[in-house]
Write a protein that binds this ligand. Structure first.
Ligand SMILES: C[S@@+](CC[C@H](N)C(=O)[O-])C[C@H]1O[C@@H](n2cnc3c(N)ncnc32)[C@H](O)[C@@H]1O
Length: 345
């Protein structure tokens, strides 16, 4: 679980910040990386939430205790929704990776689980904000960096993972990022991404057409469009992955129920955790976008809070059988290729 900011203990060798944006104190003379300065931790506050300051381009999701707890719940939801698999953490056929990268690691739970699973691997989690972990396995390294900067890792990766990158990048930036992933994988290495469709759907007409639940997806698609970072990533991710040069592309879409309404009780825990992810996360996921890009004009903080309260009430209504779709794609870098990285857009 995430801890209070003042409780965070940084293992000096476990979290590093590459000196690119000038928001660090160059006090580590022993390596090319530096320790994290307190101004990076402070971020900026808006509407009661804290946001990252490493990247000047907007990123809508807060970097604060509440949001890290949301990411933790989202991690458990993803594990439980895949609990029928021997390995619920990823699907790519990677057996004993030596080098693994988790892009936009957030709270870092996936990277930590992978580091525990493969004690001989070096697992890197990279994000714009340091994760608040008090214990990190020795083979797990958290790095504060912007993945749209040129990558400086010397090793090539056997597995690169990205979960919930929705809304972080413009289409050009996505294209660049997939190419970076491609170029920084070992030949035969795998890339895997899992993204959520943010629309609430149902198959039995139990959500009435006037329900607030049906407004969530379209409202945020519109906000993402105004921001220039589309939120309909589940529609576009495959073609980006193909364009980057990946082969052997596997795609899986699952319906993730929101709440414990399905008859199939085997997934009951997963459904309960998924609704908790929504209940905990909606305020953080919506506050920035709606107060900046709400329709027809930017909303006030109170309007967002009222909307989120309406959504919470509707999601908890057991008569409405809502689910969302989750798309996972895993794809391989061929053993030999003719592609090169074209540089930053
Ligand atoms: C929605 S969170 C998902 C966190 C984690 N992957 C998970 O599944 O719980 C997306 C993360 O991507 C990070 N992110 C966004 N843009 C980034 C960038 N340019 N470079 C590195 N991380 C970035 C954000 O800071 C945020 O922590």
């Amino acid at each position: 679980m995430a801890n209070k900011l003042e409780d965070i203990k940084i293992a000096p060798d476990s979290i590093v910040h590459h000196p690119k944006s000038g928001t660090y104190e160059p006090d580590d003379w022993q390596s090319e990386t530096t320790s994290i300065a307190t101004d990076l931790y402070k971020g900026f506050m808006e509407n009661g939430r804290r946001y990252q300051t490493l990247r000047s381009s907007e990123y809508f999701s807060p970097a604060d205790e509440q949001q890290f707890e949301t990411y933790e719940v989202g991690h458990f939801a993803a594990l439980l929704m895949n609990s029928e698999r021997a390995n619920p953490l990823y699907c790519a056929p990677v057996q004993n990776p030596r080098h693994v990268l988790d892009i936009g690691t957030g709270q870092g739970a996936w990277a930590i689980d992978i580091a525990d699973m493969f004690p001989n691997a070096v697992v890197r989690g990279v994000d714009l904000f340091p994760p608040p972990n008090t214990w990190i396995p020795p083979n797990c390294l958290f790095e504060v960096d912007d993945v749209l900067q040129r990558w400086t890792w010397r090793e090539k990766f056997d597995l690169i993972h990205l979960r919930h990158g929705i809304g972080a990048f413009t289409p050009d930036e996505w294209e660049y990022l997939y190419k970076q992933c491609y170029d920084n994988l070992e030949p035969g290495g795998w890339f895997e991404q899992i993204e959520m469709d943010i629309r609430c759907e149902c198959d039995d007409g139990s959500i009435p057409p006037e329900s607030v639940l049906l407004t969530w997806g379209p409202r945020f698609f519109a906000a993402g469009k105004k921001l220039g970072k589309p939120l309909d990533i589940t529609k576009t991710m495959r073609s980006f992955i193909e364009t980057a040069g990946f082969v052997d592309i596997h795609e899986e879409t699952k319906k993730w129920p929101i709440g414990p309404w399905p008859r199939d009780k085997s997934l009951k825990a997963a459904d309960l955790v998924n609704i908790q992810h929504w209940l905990d996360g909606m305020e953080g996921y919506s506050m920035y976008l709606l107060t900046k890009y709400g329709d027809p004009t930017p909303w006030s903080k109170d309007e967002v809070l009222v909307y989120v309260a309406q959504m919470r009430k509707a999601l908890k209504n057991p008569r409405m059988h809502a689910y969302q779709r989750a798309k996972r794609i895993w794809a391989k870098k061929p053993l030999s290729d003719g592609f090169t990285c074209e540089g930053r857009p």
